[in-house]
Design a protein around this ligand. Structure first.
Ligand SMILES: [Zn+2]
Length: 420
């Protein structure tokens, strides 16, 4: 089933009149169907607003080639039909969405994209096959960037690749373009060729994998939303002043900067930062950014575990393995179902965090191995279902090996290979 209906001639009286006026009006109508991991996570109003903004963005390009492309919300966003995972934790989850009846699939977490598990952070903002279905996104924190994210990911599915002149600079030179490899509220432009892609039929599927590097770690860096994962280079080059700034941001608890800040703290901080990361979990959970920050704080503990082999960090991570006990962190989520999904996501993040333990510390490696085995057995028996299966544990094993070989920073700095 195609995401988009193809180019079609507008039927009815109006088009007959237009034809008579010798301007055959051929319109590309993209029917957008939004599926949700939890009902209500994107409201009908929010989806309508996103689609409206997408249409204005196309009009504002000023290209006639974009003028007759229109998105319509085919029906109101609805919870996934049976069989679609609520989170992407493995290649199998990603594949399951190839049969999705939705053109936009909103999940709670994307822990696997393009052949890599947690390639550079707790969750990708989106993951799309270039030139094909599926389009998978996590619900954006701000209504302002939702339309840009959807249009960008739909652009990938129409065969477009990221614009990125300089990965060392996080693609910031390309800010202003909808297909810029960095999400920014100023992204507005499309080229004529890009308009053609939105107007055209699906291309041959090639899985898109991108990671970014940059050379400046500042507040602006932390505030950016990285659709395809956090850039690693500026983090590798962080100075002690950078670390002080990140600690300050985490202490301030600004929900706009917190999700990236906690991840960075796990990568450049030390065991004394464990307390601040656990403190983030006690904060409010009304805001989507705050909830993502909580998940990322757990991932950051995994980074610390890898870097310092502290059994206390392992103990902390283990304490998040039962989702029933994590629900209290998401009481402000607005619905029981959403709180439950985030509680599960937190357990998955904890499990991956444990997987990041350094296998060279034999005692710790043994404890973590035992814990993961127990979890796997428990999952297969259906204990507090985390919606993960054997393939998640297979991916986790691969990640463990890679992280063990190169350390967490080395692992994250590796450029994911293209697959498929
Ligand atoms: Zn992209």
């Amino acid at each position: 089933m195609c995401i988009f209906s193809g180019k079609r001639l507008k039927a009815g009286l109006f088009s007959i009149l237009l034809s008579l006026a010798a301007t055959a009006n051929s319109e590309t109508l993209h029917e957008v169907k939004v599926g949700l991991h939890v009902g209500g996570v994107v409201s009908n109003g929010a989806a309508l607003a996103a689609v409206d903004t997408m249409n204005s963005l196309l009009k504002m390009t000023g290209h006639v080639e974009c003028k007759d492309i229109r998105f319509v919300l085919e029906r109101q966003p609805e919870p996934f039909s049976d069989g679609l995972p609520r989170a992407i934790t493995s290649a199998a989850d990603f594949s399951a969405f190839r049969q999705s009846p939705y053109s936009i699939n909103v999940v709670s977490q994307v822990l696997y994209c393009g052949g890599h598990q947690v390639a550079a952070g707790a969750s990708f903002g989106g993951c799309t096959t270039v030139g094909a279905k599926p389009v998978i996104v996590t619900p954006s924190g701000s209504a302002g960037t939702r339309a840009l994210k959807w249009l960008h990911e739909l652009g990938h599915s129409q065969g477009l690749r990221d614009r990125c002149k300089d990965r060392k600079n996080s693609c910031r030179d390309d800010i202003g373009w909808i297909m810029a490899g960095i999400l920014h509220p100023d992204n507005r432009k499309l080229s004529i060729e890009e308009c053609f892609a939105y107007a055209g039929a699906q291309n041959f599927p090639v899985l898109e994998v991108t990671d970014f590097t940059s050379d400046g770690l500042d507040r602006e860096f932390l505030e950016m939303e990285y659709i395809h994962g956090l850039p690693i280079a500026p983090i590798l080059e962080a100075s002690s002043e950078d670390l002080a700034m990140v600690r300050e941001v985490v202490a301030e608890r600004d929900a706009a900067l917190l999700p990236n800040a906690v991840l960075v703290l796990g990568l450049i901080g030390d065991p004394t930062d464990q307390e601040a990361l656990l403190g983030v979990l006690e904060g409010p959970s009304e805001d989507h950014g705050a909830r993502i920050a909580k998940l990322n704080a757990v991932t950051a503990l995994g980074y610390l575990l890898n870097r310092f082999d502290d059994p206390k960090t392992f103990g902390a991570l283990r304490s998040f393995s039962n989702p029933n006990q994590n629900q209290r962190y998401f009481e402000g989520a607005g619905s029981f179902e959403l709180a439950e999904e985030f509680a599960r996501a937190m357990s998955r993040s904890a499990l991956m965090g444990v997987g990041m333990a350094n296998p060279k510390d034999e005692q710790l490696a043994q404890s973590t191995r035992g814990f993961i085995d127990d979890q796997e057995q428990a999952q297969l028996k259906g204990a507090f279902d985390l919606h993960i299966d054997e393939s998640f544990f297979e991916e986790l094993e691969t990640t463990r090996k890679r992280v063990g070989d190169s350390g967490i920073l080395g692992y994250l700095a590796q450029r994911p290979e293209e697959t498929q």
